[in-house]
Design a protein around this ligand. Structure first.
Ligand SMILES: Cc1ncc(COP(=O)(O)O)c(C=O)c1O
Length: 265
């Protein structure tokens, strides 16, 4: 008899573990896992070493170190003109996605998700007891099909899990596509959880966060991390920003609304 919870039936190891082991076994070049060949900025490594040597080694406040939360807020303001009410620091973007889905979905709720998708999405949706409703991005341009989006939204739809710039297609959703998604979220009262870890790896044009579209800041949880932008995938430092009630409550961090200027404790 299986020792797993029934909702995890069919989930094995991650695709990264599988592909990396295969590459090791066969001596193949490992294109399966997205980490860079070079480390990020030396100054960042030095700053981390200095912090560790100067005694920054004990529990941090659960929502994250205030200076880092403030830096994330500054980043959202500087690059996109966003003013998130709350910022929460997480164990990579992956934990932020998991916490958001666990905090927002009841068993039987549906999560609309662009397919193909990052490996952890399906497992996190299953952990939440929710159902996955994929909207497939098809070649050659991997654009968003408005009919497929409309067809995926049923009465139990609760969350739209967006990923742009998109892994693995590399597609950067344009304004018209984001407006379609935003309209759907507003009309069906969906929360948009948006994974923007590739926000700074755009070669043509610019990444547009969906939270900047009218009426979206109040229903969007924006997630990103240090891994891709700074080439420090091993540090696993991520964050989630958005309205206070969405960041503080579903993620269960803090018994009072979090303030980005909360004193260090
Ligand atoms: C779309 C997407 N989201 C999240 C992650 C993981 O982010 P983190 O390492 O910050 O958990 C990846 C890693 O490949 C990814 O491709």
């Amino acid at each position: 008899m299986s020792r797993h919870a029934a909702r995890l039936t069919g989930f094995g190891t991650t695709i990264f573990t599988e592909m990396s082991a295969l590459a090791l076994r066969t001596g193949a070049i490992n294109l399966g896992q997205g980490f860079p060949d070079t480390d990020g900025p030396r100054e960042a490594v030095e700053a981390a070493v200095t912090a560790l040597r100067s005694g920054e080694n004990q529990y941090a406040p659960l929502p994250g170190v205030p200076a880092l939360r403030e830096a994330v807020r500054d980043h959202q303001r500087h690059h996109y003109g966003l003013e998130p009410e709350e910022v929460l620091i997480t164990f990579g973007a992956t934990e932020a996605i998991a916490a958001a889905l666990l905090g927002l979905c009841d068993p039987g709720d549906e999560v609309i998700v662009l397919e193909p998708y990052y490996d952890s999405y399906a497992a996190c949706i299953a952990f939440a007891g929710a159902r996955r409703r994929p909207v497939t991005l098809r070649p050659p341009d991997f654009g968003l099909d408005p009919d497929a989006l409309a067809a995926a939204i049923g009465p139990r739809a609760r969350v739209l899990l967006l990923n742009t710039p998109h892994n693995p297609t590399g597609r950067v959703l344009d304004r018209a596509e984001l407006e379609l998604i935003a309209t759907a979220c507003r009309e069906h009262d969906l929360i948009c959880v948006t994974d923007e870890v590739y926000e700074h790896l755009v070669f043509d044009g610019r990444h547009l966060p969906i939270a900047t579209l009218p009426g979206m800041a109040e229903r969007t949880l924006t997630i990103s991390s240090i891994g891709k932008s700074f080439s420090f995938t091993g540090w696993k430092i991520g964050w989630c920003s958005g309205p206070g009630e969405l960041v503080a409550e579903p993620t269960g961090c803090g018994d009072a609304p979090l303030s980005v200027v909360a004193p260090d404790v």
